[in-house]
Design a protein around this ligand. Structure first.
Ligand SMILES: Cc1cc2nc3c(=O)[nH]c(=O)nc-3n(C[C@H](O)[C@H](O)[C@H](O)COP(=O)(O)OP(=O)(O)OC[C@H]3O[C@@H](n4cnc5c(N)ncnc54)[C@H](O)[C@@H]3O)c2cc1C
Length: 432
């Protein structure tokens, strides 16, 4: 474990604090926030309960949106990530075996790619390496468990257990990036609303015969959506949603039967398939926190909200939260204000809560419209798919929503270009 203190910045030393910002959670969203404020002069404590090698080792892959790629470009870490991940140039959306497939192409958006797919370990290793090499403002406290938090007028006092010993640190602001079951959120008395879906999700990696694979598939079966995302080396990430019992049975099927079933569901698109990872079963939920902030506290990522995995949006929302909060904190700091002041933090909440709700609603609607046989729903969704194929503004709107290019874009996404191998995409409006 590491527990070294950085040289205090003027703002912390003046008011007798150890750090400006304490981030609880060393997953992708917490670490993205730490990296995104690297040029602000703020000192950061990054507190992670597990050893970092264990956090990196999680078997998962994510669709990374164009917006998230621009956040990473703005930070300066994208060139470390890009060579190790897959890109997709086509998206195919289909309603089970119905012939009317919606085809999204790069020309629809004027970009070179439509998105990326990264393995968790690749993404997080690159971010951890970036922190080690480029972020002297960040101190790792890991493995370190948060035992208690005391929110005071002048700062937050955080009690930690590190290798069985108690430590205390103070900061201006505490950020909860500690995932869906956030203890920081519950400890602060912030309530949530939402529901568990009737479905679970089986995620696994397959190797396939046919190449090249630069297409992301989302196929909606009445039991639930199935996403197939390309990975480097003729591999794909499969995210297969089905009612709980069916999903459990899929996980427990022997390998040969699972592959046969998968081949029948993918219609031979990828040729012969081979399973190359364990099958992991995830519960699926929608959750939104009543508040993202209170005095001296902000929540980001899954600690603030969770959505259905259809469309691969969850982590991308968290990355966008991190970029937005980083921008608000830098503005507050430049104005010489306290980072924990509620009025500034509410700027972040107003910005992100509504945008996240749009995506939570969109993914919920997609799942409900497609996961049933009710004739009116079948007719509505077939008309929806027809419009997506034929009405250009609707197609562009849907694509911009999925790639993150709609809404209030964080300033950091505009610091790309001179640095990178950008996607040459369209730009939205933004700036705080
Ligand atoms: C099957 C499936 C597929 C998905 N696919 C996609 C996709 O394609 N694209 C996408 O964008 N999203 C996807 N998601 C969603 C995505 O996985 C989550 O949104 C994302 O992992 C959340 O990241 P996070 O950093 O907010 O939280 P987490 O990844 O949960 O990280 C939280 C961190 O906090 C640490 N922690 C917890 N408690 C404490 C504590 N008390 N003290 C210190 N540290 C603590 C944990 O150890 C952990 O490292 C998918 C989800 C599922 C289930």
């Amino acid at each position: 474990m590491t527990l070294e203190k950085p040289t205090p910045t003027p703002s912390t030393s003046q008011i007798g604090l150890d750090y400006d910002v304490a981030i609880v959670g060393g997953g992708v969203t917490g670490v993205t926030l730490a990296c995104a404020i690297k040029d602000s002069g703020l000192s950061v404590a990054l507190i992670e309960a597990q050893p970092r090698s264990k956090v990196i080792a999680k078997e998962q892959s994510y669709a990374i949106s164009l917006l998230s790629s621009r956040v990473f470009e703005g930070i300066g870490v994208w060139e470390r990530i890009l060579p190790q991940i897959a890109q997709f140039r086509h998206i195919r959306l289909s309603d089970a075996d119905h012939a009317g497939v919606v085809r999204f192409e790069t020309a629809d958006l004027g970009t070179e790619v439509l998105g990326y797919v990264a393995e968790h370990r690749t993404l997080l290793s690159a971010l951890y390496e970036f922190i080690e090499q480029e972020c002297p403002h960040v101190s790792w406290l890991s493995p370190a468990e948060v035992m208690g938090v005391d929110y005071q007028d002048s700062g937050v006092e955080i009690e930690l257990k590190v290798e069985g010993e108690k430590h205390q640190l103070r900061s201006q602001l505490l950020v909860g990036a500690d995932g869906a079951r956030s203890r920081i959120r519950t400890g602060a008395g912030i309530r949530t609303w939402g529901w568990q879906y009737w479905q679970s999700c089986v995620a696994t990696t397959i190797k396939h015969e046919k190449s090249p694979n630069d297409t992301a598939f989302e196929r909606f079966w009445s039991s639930g959506p199935m996403g197939i995302l390309p990975l480097p080396g003729n591999r794909c990430q499969v995210v297969w949603t089905a009612p709980h019992a069916e999903a459990k049975a899929l996980k427990e099927l022997d390998e040969k039967q699972f592959i046969e079933k998968l081949e029948s569901y993918t219609g031979g698109l990828l040729g012969r398939l081979e399973l190359v990872s364990d099958r992991v079963l995830f519960p699926v939920q929608l959750m939104q926190s009543d508040r993202y902030v209170q005095s001296r506290l902000a929540l980001i990522g899954d600690a603030a909200h969770c959505c259905h995995p259809v469309g691969g949006q969850g982590l991308n929302l968290g990355i966008r939260d991190a970029a937005a909060l980083a921008q608000v904190l830098q503005t507050t700091h430049k104005r010489g204000q306290d980072l924990g002041n509620l009025r500034s933090l509410q700027t972040y909440e107003r910005w992100r809560k509504r945008e996240n709700l749009t995506i939570l609603g969109f993914t919920d609607l997609l799942d409900r419209m497609f996961s049933n046989h009710w004739l009116p729903a079948v007719m509505v969704r077939r008309s929806g798919l027809w419009m997506l194929r034929r009405v250009r503004p609707i197609k562009t709107y849907a694509l911009q929503l999925m790639t993150g290019l709609r809404g209030h874009l964080p300033q950091i996404t505009k610091q790309r270009g001179e640095r990178g191998q950008g996607d040459k995409g369209t730009r939205g409006q933004g700036g705080l």
